[in-house]
Write a protein that binds this ligand. Sequence first.
Ligand SMILES: Cc1cc2nc3c(=O)[nH]c(=O)nc-3n(C[C@H](O)[C@H](O)[C@H](O)COP(=O)(O)OP(=O)(O)OC[C@H]3O[C@@H](n4cnc5c(N)ncnc54)[C@H](O)[C@@H]3O)c2cc1C
Length: 390
Amino acid sequence: MADDLGELHEDFRRTCRAFTDQRVRPVVAEAERAGRPPERLWKELGDAGLLGLLTPEEFGGSGGTDGEDDAEAGRSLAVAVLAEELSRACGGIAVSALVSAYMAAPHLVRHGTPAQRERWVGPLAAGEAIAAIAVTEPGAGSDVAGITTRARRTDTGWLLDGRKMYITNAGLADVLVVGAKTDPEGGHRGITTFVVPAGTPGLSMGAPLAKMGWHSSDTREVVLDGVELGEDAVLGVEGRGFHQIMSAFQLERVALAAMGLGHAAEALDTVTEYVRGREVAGEPLTARQTIRHRLAAMEIELEAARVLTYRAADRLDRGHPEADRSVAVAKYFAAKAAAWIVDEAVQLFGGAGYLEETPIARHHRDVRILRIGGGTDEIQLEILGKRLVP
Ligand SMILES: Cc1cc2nc3c(=O)[nH]c(=O)nc-3n(C[C@H](O)[C@H](O)[C@H](O)COP(=O)(O)OP(=O)(O)OC[C@H]3O[C@@H](n4cnc5c(N)ncnc54)[C@H](O)[C@@H]3O)c2cc1C
């Protein structure tokens, strides 16, 4: 699998790029100020079919009919292309859309009861509802099995208590997918996921967290204080939540790796244009071999990241036995390469790269989280390294 996509995905890239140029770029400044994407953008994303790539056709998406093989359609690869293109314009807007449609909604698509799917899946694909996925806690991020949010059985259903941290879309979400311990002694086998609609008594959100980057995304603490849910709130199988979360992580990591490609590609394109036009001591910067070589090195890193990311997406679509390994390799490499490329671009912009008026400063802030979110660099290394445990 090279970085050359087939016709289907190249067509889709053109669609995503046109949407990004026409609908996303014009609203970036507004979204960064507001701390969230403008409301109308959700509907526009939905109408363009960009939130329903995994949603079955019966719910208005383009994700085929249930049970259809993903291999031919290349759905994870399409999500990667979308993540890349949206991130060329704005990481914060990109992650808001990706979390709702491709990190939270897939739990409902894959594991939802008919009633849960009927209620949420169509509106999420249409951009008429927004979802969040709440797993991380103040005391447990990388160690998902260590979450302590508790779900206790009651006569009528479940009672949830606990705190979730760093939850993207928390202040915008109509529905949250929440991971909780149904069996605190059961380790990772004691986790179950629940569907929690916004407005459920006992559910509250903290103030927006002030972040280094992703300023257009809404990130908050979520408090569950005696949240009463019915029997029908269980999402998937009781005790299988850890497995469901880990399996959804694969696409999440591909999307985050692909976001890195978008930041890096945008940085490389804009800085190349800049150094071509920038005259220093009477000649353009590109007259200097050292500058040309730096751009070439950035291009090589980007291409390697892209090949690894597309290969991981393709393997995920094909159910390849080494898909998880490829995803870890891609997430680790692409997030680091992207952070390096964007940093190099800032350097080549000189003083202009440090000014807020150049978008490169925003890309520099936004790209850094990709080495942390959805499984840190160290966790990707651990996924590969644990095979070596004697
Ligand atoms: C802006 C933002 C948005 C987010 N959105 C969401 C969201 O929507 N939903 C959600 O559930 N979570 C979300 N997260 C949480 C994110 O996934 C976690 O922050 C991430 O997984 C790391 O967990 P942690 O912060 O608890 O760090 P820790 O797990 O405490 O890690 C601290 C350091 O220790 C290292 N470390 C941890 N374990 C090991 C190990 N076994 N071996 C070696 N090193 C290790 C880590 O790599 C890291 O360097 C978000 C975070 C941010 C910052």
